[in-house]
Ligand binder design. Structure first.
Ligand code: PLP
Length: 418
C-alpha cells in the first residue's frame, strides 16, 4: 500500500499535488511519502511485537539522511554496509547500539570507525575478515561483538543478481567453517561472539525460503551454544518482497509469525533487516515526456529520466508500473519508454500499453523508493535528480538537484599537463 493516489484526475502524494512539486523543483524528481514509510515501518515492527526484537532498517535501500531520521524517530536501528552508511546512520540519530554492519568487504578503516562508534555487532562474512576484525579491535583495546553470516544454501527464487544465500554466491561462510570459527573465539580477548546471521536474498515472495534458512540457523545456534558460547542475537536479514506488478508477497504479519514460530525455542533477540518492504512503494520517480517518435516498427516515448537515475529496469529487467500524472481518457497504445542515454539498455518499460502521450506530459514511475536514487550515477554527465519528502500537506527538498558545479567539483586538470 502507499499514499500516491488520483484526486480529480490528478496524482497526489498524500495531500500534495505532484504537479505542485514539479513546478517548484522540475523533473526528473524522486518523491517519497513519509506517511507510507512510517506506516510500513510500524506494521513491520508490530508484527514482531510478541518477541524480543530489533528492526535494523537496511540503509542501502534508501539512504537519504531525512528518511533515516524519520525511521530513527520510529525507533529503527540500521543495517549498514559501509563507512559511508555508518556516517549517515549516526548523523540521522540512529543510536550506535542499534547498528549492525554487514558486507563482504569491510576495510580495517571501516571496522575502526564502527568499533569507535560502538555498534551493536559486525556481521562477519569470512574467516579472513574475522582475523582482521580481531587485529583492529586489539589495536583499539576493544572486544568486537560479532555474528557470523552463514550461507544456508537455500534458493530464495528471486532474480539471480539479488540471490545471496546459495553456495555459488559470494556471501556468508559455509556452516562447518562457521562452527569451527565460533569455537575458536570463545573467551577470545578481542572478539566477542554474540549473534548468528543470514541474509538469503531480496524481493522474496514466499516465506518458505526464510523458514528453510531459519531451520539451518537453529541447528548451528544449538551447536554453538553447546560450546558454552552465549549467543544473543539471531539476525534473519532482510529480503521481504513488495508488489511491483502482480506479485503476492506475504504480509509482514505472516512472515513474522512463521519466523517467530520457528525461532521461539532459542530465546534469542531477533534482528530483522528490511529495506525494500519499508521504502519501495513509498517513492516514485516523476519524469517528463521530451519527445515521442515512431519508426514504422515501434513507438518510443523519450523521457527526461534515464537509467542513471533508476537502473532497476536495465539491471534486473525489473518491472515498474508507469502512470500519467494527469489521468487520461481515450485510447491506449503500446510503446517503449526510454531515457536519453546512449545505451539501448536505457529503458523504463518495453512494449507497455499506456495512454497516448505527448511532449510535456508527466509520468510517475511507481515503486521507485528502494534501490532507486541510491543506485543513481552521473553517467553521460547527467545531473542527479532532487529528492523530495512529502508529509501530509507539506513537502521538503531533502536533496537538491545537482548542478554543473557539483558535477565538476572533484576534477582537476593538472597544472603544466599538455
Ligand atoms: C540488501 C540487504 C538487506 C535488505 O534487503 P531488502 O531486500 O531490501 O529487504 C538486508 N541485509 C543485508 C545483509 C543486505 O545486503
Amino acid at each position: 500500500m502507499h499514499y500516491f493516489q488520483y484526486k480529480n484526475g490528478e496524482l497526489f502524494c498524500e495531500e500534495v499535488p505532484v504537479k505542485e512539486i514539479v513546478s517548484s523543483v522540475g523533473t526528473p524528481v524522486y518523491i517519497y511519502s513519509a506517511r507510507t514509510i512510517s506506516r510500513h515501518f510500524r506494521v513491520f515492527d508490530e508484527a514482531f511485537s510478541g518477541v524480543s526484537h530489533l528492526v535494523c532498517y537496511s540503509v542501502k535501500a534508501n539512504s537519504n539522511v531525512a528518511i533515516l531520521r524519520l525511521l530513527a524517530r520510529l525507533g529503527a536501528g540500521a543495517d549498514i554496509v559501509s563507512g559511508g552508511e555508518l556516517a549517515r546512520a549516526l548523523k540521522a540519530g540512529i543510536p550506535a547500539d542499534k547498528i549492525v554492519f554487514s558486507g563482504v568487504g569491510k576495510t580495517p578503516e571501516e571496522m575502526k570507525a564502527a568499533l569507535e562508534a560502538g555498534i551493536l555487532m559486525f556481521n562477519v562474512e569470512s574467516l579472513d575478515e574475522l582475523e582482521v576484525l580481531s587485529e583492529v579491535a586489539s589495536s583499539l583495546g576493544k572486544r568486537a561483538p560479532f555474528a557470523l553470516r552463514v550461507n544456508p544454501n537455500v534458493d530464495p527464487k528471486t532474480h539471480p543478481y539479488i540471490t545471496t544465500g546459495l553456495k555459488k554466491n559470494k556471501f556468508g561462510i559455509p556452516e562447518e567453517q562457521a562452527i569451527e570459527a565460533y569455537k575458536k573465539t570463545k573467551d577470545h580477548p578481542f572478539l566477542y561472539p554474540i549473534g548468528l546471521d543470514a541474509h538469503i536474498g531480496s524481493q522474496l515472495t514466499s516465506v518458505s525460503p526464510f523458514v528453510d534458512a531459519l531451520k539451518r540457523l537453529k541447528a548451528i545456534w544449538e551447536e554453538v551454544i553447546s560450546f558454552g558460547i552465549e549467543l544473543k542475537y539471531l539476525d534473519m536479514g532482510g529480503g521481504l518482497g513488495i508488489v511491483y506488478r502482480d506479485e503476492e508477497p506475504p504480509p509482514p504479519k505472516e512472515y513474522a509469525e512463521a519466523l517467530i514460530r520457528e525461532a521461539k525455542e532459542l530465546s534469542a533477540t531477533l534482528i530483522l533487516e528490511p529495506g525494500r518492504v519499508i521504502v519501495g512503494n513509498a517513492g516514485v520517480l516523476i519524469t517528463k515526456v521530451l519527445y515521442t517518435k515512431e519508426n514504422g516498427f515501434k513507438k518510443f516515448v523519450i523521457v527526461d529520466a534515464a537509467m542513471n537515475d533508476l537502473i532497476r529496469p536495465s539491471l534486473y529487467q525489473a518491472y515498474h508500473e508507469i502512470i500519467p500524472v494527469e489521468e487520461k481518457d481515450g485510447g491506449k497504445e503500446v510503446v517503449d519508454v526510454v531515457g536519453p542515454i546512449c545505451e539501448s539498455g536505457d529503458f523504463f518499460a518495453r512494449e507497455r500499453k499506456l495512454p497516448v502521450l505527448k511532449r510535456g506530459d508527466l509520468l510517475a514511475i511507481m515503486s521507485a523508493g528502494a534501490y532507486g536514487f541510491v543506485m543513481s550515477s552521473n553517467y553521460n554527465s547527467r545531473l542527479r535528480p532532487p529528492e523530495v519528502l512529502v508529509d501530509g500537506d507539506k513537502f521538503y527538498v531533502i536533496r537538491r538537484r545537482e548542478s554543473i558545479f557539483d558535477l565538476l567539483a572533484l576534477e582537476s586538470i593538472p597544472v603544466n599537463y599538455v
